[in-house]
Ligand binder design. Structure first.
Ligand code: 2AM
Ligand code: CA
Length: 264
């Protein structure tokens, strides 16, 4: 584990927000059968978790700015620090009663992500990373998978919501990856996809049309676990491009090579 005042602040905030989220998830499972579904209930759960995170982070670091999924940008006095907060990543999973979602909090300092926490409250898995201090799952130090051969690799990707993003291009990319990869997964939480690459469960992952709160924490997790993360077109920093491609050095290189050959 990493013991630093910053990590304590982040982990405390995330754990506090997770208590309500876990309780609300229990309710969602009971609401599945109603025709209207649990949509409004989930939006309320999402907003409550975000409020808890916002209050806790603001109290601990009053000057920092924030970019939050639900409430947008909150300007801070301290222009060099910004939190990127996703109170519920994997919303569609949560809504459908699929136990795969997380809270994600990343800290940006002068354009660089310096710390990240991703917490899966159902599995009680806490992923943390801080620049220069490594990445951990609960108390275990993380390292990306060592597999070098695409034919052995499990590669994850994400799909934009209906009406968003370029679905035809994604289908062409998936076809190209499927032609060479051992297996593919579409898990539904960008934050956990990145965390799973960091801990070696997934070998590589790519997704476009994301937001900074989806990926901020995951970027530092993968890097501190020895992995490579760029934008999906390999041309820029993922945070600015709002897209990611990641894996160990060899599989990242091969993945971005495949993606580059697919026509936009
Ligand atoms: P969410 O669950 O918080 O909405 C699924 O492909 C992953 O991408 C999820 O992490 C989802 O976040 C995110 N995602 C998909 N489309 C998105 C969009 N238009 N804006 C932000 N995040 C998106
Ligand atoms: Ca998200």
């Amino acid at each position: 584990m990493i013991s630093s005042p910053l990590m304590t602040v982040m982990v405390d905030a995330v754990r506090k927000a997770s208590r309500g989220l876990r309780r609300d998830y229990g309710e969602v499972e009971n609401l599945q059968v109603s025709r209207k579904g649990p949509g409004d209930f989930v939006s309320a759960a999402d907003r409550k978790a975000e409020e808890t995170l916002r209050d806790a982070l603001m109290k601990a670091r009053p000057g920092y700015g924030m970019v939050l999924e639900e409430s947008g940008i909150v300007e801070g006095q301290d222009k060099s620090h910004t939190w990127h907060v996703d109170p519920l990543d994997g919303t569609a999973n949560f809504l459908h009663g699929i136990p795969h979602f997380a809270i994600s909090v990343g800290l940006e300092r002068d354009g660089q992500i310096v710390a990240g926490v991703i917490y899966d409250p159902v599995k009680d898995e806490l992923f943390v990373a801080e620049r220069g201090k490594g990445a951990y799952l609960n108390n275990r130090r993380l390292r990306v998978a060592g597999r070098q051969d695409m034919a052995d690799a499990l590669i994850a990707y994400g799909t934009p919501y209906l009406g968003r993003g370029n679905h035809p291009r994604l289908l062409r990319e998936v076809a190209s990856v499927m032609a060479v990869a051992g297996g593919t997964r579409r898990m539904g939480s960008a934050a956990l996809d990145l965390a799973y690459v960091a801990c070696g469960r997934l070998d590589a992952y790519w997704e476009r049309d994301l937001q900074t709160w989806d990926i901020a924490a995951g970027i530092i997790l993968v890097r501190e676990a020895g992995g490579f993360v760029t934008s999906a077109d390999n041309a820029s920093e993922p945070l600015a491009a709002r897209s990611v491609a990641c894996g160990n050095e060899a599989l990242h290189r091969e993945l971005v090579g495949i993606l580059r050959k697919v026509q936009a």
